[in-house]
Design a protein around this ligand. Structure first.
Ligand SMILES: Cc1cc2nc3c(=O)[nH]c(=O)nc-3n(C[C@H](O)[C@H](O)[C@H](O)COP(=O)(O)O)c2cc1C
Length: 218
């Protein structure tokens, strides 16, 4: 598949067939993903391939209230967990296939980042939370999803468990100074969405400054 096609069509997959994904296939796609970039090439990613159904069940238990909080905010028109926004809304219980079926989804990967290996370039900024450190780990996560697509698999990156990181720490044996940055679900898609809704370039691009003239590309 052309890289451009893969980039434009790798929609989130949240429904999977029962077909098993062998460990060898998981190892292969991690073997592709490890070529992702990271600040200073420190490769701060750590991966737990979560196979134990009981561990998965408990991960789901930790994710569910976060999902309900998210749905509660959405239900009253709030941006869930956005900077500077309080949720201040009752949780809402909506089915979630990933959480409901976490025990049987073919592949569940918990992704951690070793914070001692990340240059958090905006760690000293006081008026907002630091975000740049994530750039040393999320390209790796996205590469997993692209590598999965290259093998006819599909999946989705999720972050609900990060909100319950403290509770998940003993469950997953998360080491000190590590952050739980994502849980990635993979499998053979029941449906691969390739028609993605994304905003056009001119809607988010300006010349010279973020308040500059629109960048037309012509
Ligand atoms: C940082 C990040 C966090 C995400 N967290 C979740 C999540 O917790 N649960 C979920 O179902 N999808 C999650 N997603 C998937 C997004 O919902 C998905 O990429 C987006 O809606 C676009 O979907 P599409 O590719 O099918 O168009 C996350 C994606 C990213 C990049």
């Amino acid at each position: 598949m052309e890289i451009s096609d893969a980039l434009r069509t790798n929609g989130a997959v949240r429904g999977f067939t029962d077909e098993v994904v062998p460990d060898a296939a998981v190892a292969e796609l991690l073997d592709d993903a490890r070529f992702a970039p990271s600040g200073g090439n420190r490769q701060p990613w750590r991966v737990a391939v979560v196979k134990d159904r009981e561990v998965r069940r408990r991960m789901g238990e930790l994710m569910r209230p976060v999902w309900q909080e998210y749905c509660g905010a959405n239900a009253v028109g709030r941006r869930p967990f956005a900077f500077g926004k309080s949720i201040d809304a009752p949780p809402v219980d909506v089915p979630n296939a990933l959480i409901d079926e976490i025990e049987t989804i073919p592949v569940v990967l918990a992704i951690a980042a070793d914070l001692r290996e990340i240059a958090i370039m905006d760690g000293n900024v006081e008026h907002r939370p630091p975000v740049v450190g994530g750039a040393s780990i999320y390209p790796f996560c996205w590469s997993i999803l692209l590598a999965a697509r290259a093998r006819g698999l599909g999946g989705v990156m999720t972050t609900f468990l990060s909100r319950a990181e403290q509770a998940a720490t003993p469950l997953l044996g998360l080491p000190d100074d590590h952050a739980l940055v994502a849980t990635i679900f993979l499998g053979h898609p029941t449906h691969q969405n390739t028609k993605l809704k994304r905003n056009p370039v001119e809607s988010f691009t300006r010349v010279d400054r973020f308040d500059g003239e629109p960048f037309s590309g012509s």
